[in-house]
Ligand binder design. Structure first.
Ligand SMILES: [Zn+2]
Length: 193
């Protein structure tokens, strides 16, 4: 059975004018174990490297070089800061993300990456934002900034930073239709429904 561990819980800090304080903002990073694969979704901000290392140590038996798949929900710097830790991983990112990720596989549609682990396009925050839908003890959706904060879900509002609010709302609907548990980009995981 697939299992999920959160390596880092994301956080978001804003100035009074609403702009994001980069030094105090980082994304969630998540480990999925399928038995055959160790998959990491997002690698947070560069300064969270010690936290990711500590989490892997606490989980035990999983070293960075054991991670064979890295999925990036999108290309913003607070989600890709520690890609370099996972040197043996095949990297997946949507083709519409503008950032330069060397040797990444560019996907353009829903893709089952391992049994019960599916990359699902959920655009709106950025043109190529994706989520990862996982069948485990429940249905988990690891969503990056398609839903950055629990507030976006409870108030039913799109991410403040978006390229297309209508598309972002459609993506949120798709996520909510699948998920029992939502792992947001910058907040604690929470139960949906
Ligand atoms: Zn973002």
């Amino acid at each position: 059975m697939n299992s999920i561990d959160i390596l880092v819980i994301g956080h978001l800090e804003r100035n009074e004018d609403g702009s994001v304080i980069c030094e105090e903002t980082w994304s969630t990073s998540t480990l999925i174990r399928t038995g055959d694969h160790n998959i990491v979704v997002d690698t947070s901000s560069g300064f969270m490297k010690p936290a990711i290392k500590t989490s892997l140590k606490q989980i035990g038996k999983v070293f960075p070089e054991d991670v064979d798949i890295l999925i990036l929900t999108h290309g913003h710097s607070d989600h890709i800061g520690n890609n370099g830790m996972f040197k043996k991983a095949k990297v997946y990112i949507h083709k519409d993300e503008e950032c330069d990720v060397p040797d990444a596989v560019r996907i353009d549609k829903e893709t089952e990456i391992a049994k019960g682990v599916c990359i699902v396009p959920t655009p709106g925050h950025s043109p190529g934002s994706v989520s990862v839908f996982v069948d485990a003890d429940r249905h988990y959706a690891i969503v990056g900034d398609a839903i950055p904060l629990k507030d976006n879900y409870t108030k039913n509002v799109p991410p403040k930073l978006n390229v297309d609010p209508g598309q972002a709302m459609e993506s949120m609907k798709k996520i909510v239709a699948f998920a029992d548990v939502i792992v947001p980009g910058h907040d604690q995981p929470f139960i949906a429904h």
